[in-house]
Ligand binder design. Structure first.
Ligand SMILES: Cc1cc2nc3c(=O)[nH]c(=O)nc-3n(C[C@H](O)[C@H](O)[C@H](O)COP(=O)(O)O)c2cc1C
Length: 259
């Protein structure tokens, strides 16, 4: 049996990976996007071209994500009837009711195994896939993300990780279904942020919303119990008065810690 290490940099160096050049980038353009992204609560009556939406969704799905298992979904709610319902389920917030487009970003911890199988099939399709990659998706991910029916493995995992952790650095999560939710939401939130920055880069605006009735939203979208609504996101062009205040952040000294 091959012993697998989760993070083995020597193996990574040894396998003759393709060198990918880092293209030149425009930091100024990036910070302009970051600085001008604001949560917009009232949108102008200007439609968002479909290709803009599709590019933003494409960018969102390029966000970094845990184990590349892509446990996220974007639900673009396009039908007028469903949009109206979704705006109501977003508690009638103007950021939803005045939006040109509405999306729900959904975390799918329940789909890790399906995606894991797809990943293995994808790796198999490439004869050059290193054995280590197979090992990761055939052994490690199954050990780490399988919590058993109703999360029944939790106590066993807790004991195992705790005992192992006495002697060596050991991942402590996920060992429960709740941890799996956090795991999937982290990944999905990165897609959300990428999406909102892409919208801004395209000259449009957005607003993330967690002020919503997740139960009703899930029913509207036909989502199963284990799916989690990370947030709804509205999109459009800012109307006059659509940004309620100057951007404010607390003093960075309380948030940036150097060790
Ligand atoms: C997870 C999350 C949930 C949010 N939910 C709402 C919401 O329901 N309604 C709303 O108007 N803004 C919502 N916001 C936007 C925040 O209020 C906003 O990001 C914050 O005030 C900072 O302003 P800025 O985005 O313009 O920099 C949410 C933001 C995040 C990240």
């Amino acid at each position: 049996m091959v012993k697998v290490k989760v993070f083995d940099s020597s193996a990574a160096r040894a396998s003759k990976r393709q060198v990918m050049e880092a293209p030149a980038t425009d930091a100024g353009a990036f910070y302009e996007v970051v600085d001008s992204r604001r949560s917009v609560r009232i949108y102008a009556d200007e439609p968002v071209p479909e290709d803009v939406v599709r590019r933003a969704m494409d960018a969102a799905l390029k966000a970094p994500n845990s184990s590349n298992l892509q446990v996220w979904e974007i639900h673009w709610v396009r039908s007028a009837e469903k949009k109206a319902k979704l705006a109501t389920y977003c508690l009638g917030q103007p950021a939803a009711t005045t939006a040109q487009e509405l999306f729900v970003f959904v975390a799918r911890p329940d789909l890790w195994r399906r995606n894991n199988d797809r990943m293995i099939a994808h790796l198999r399709s490439n004869p050059k896939t290193p054995e280590k990659a197979f090992q990761y998706f055939e052994k490690i991910t199954k050990l780490v993300y399988n919590q058993g029916p109703f999360g029944i493995f939790r106590p066993f995992k807790w004991i195992w990780f705790t005992v192992r952790g006495w002697g060596q650095p050991t991942p402590r999560e996920p060992i429960s279904l709740a941890h799996m939710d956090v795991w999937a939401h982290k990944t999905t939130a990165l897609a959300c942020q990428t999406f909102m920055l892409a919208a801004r880069a395209e000259g449009f605006d957005s607003c993330p919303m967690e002020g919503l009735d997740s139960k009703r939203v899930k029913r509207l979208l036909g989502l199963p119990r284990r799916a989690g609504v990370t947030m709804a996101i509205s999109m459009g062009k800012r109307a006059e008065g659509g940004i309620y205040n100057e951007r404010f952040r607390f003093d960075q000294k309380d948030f940036i810690h150097e060790h």
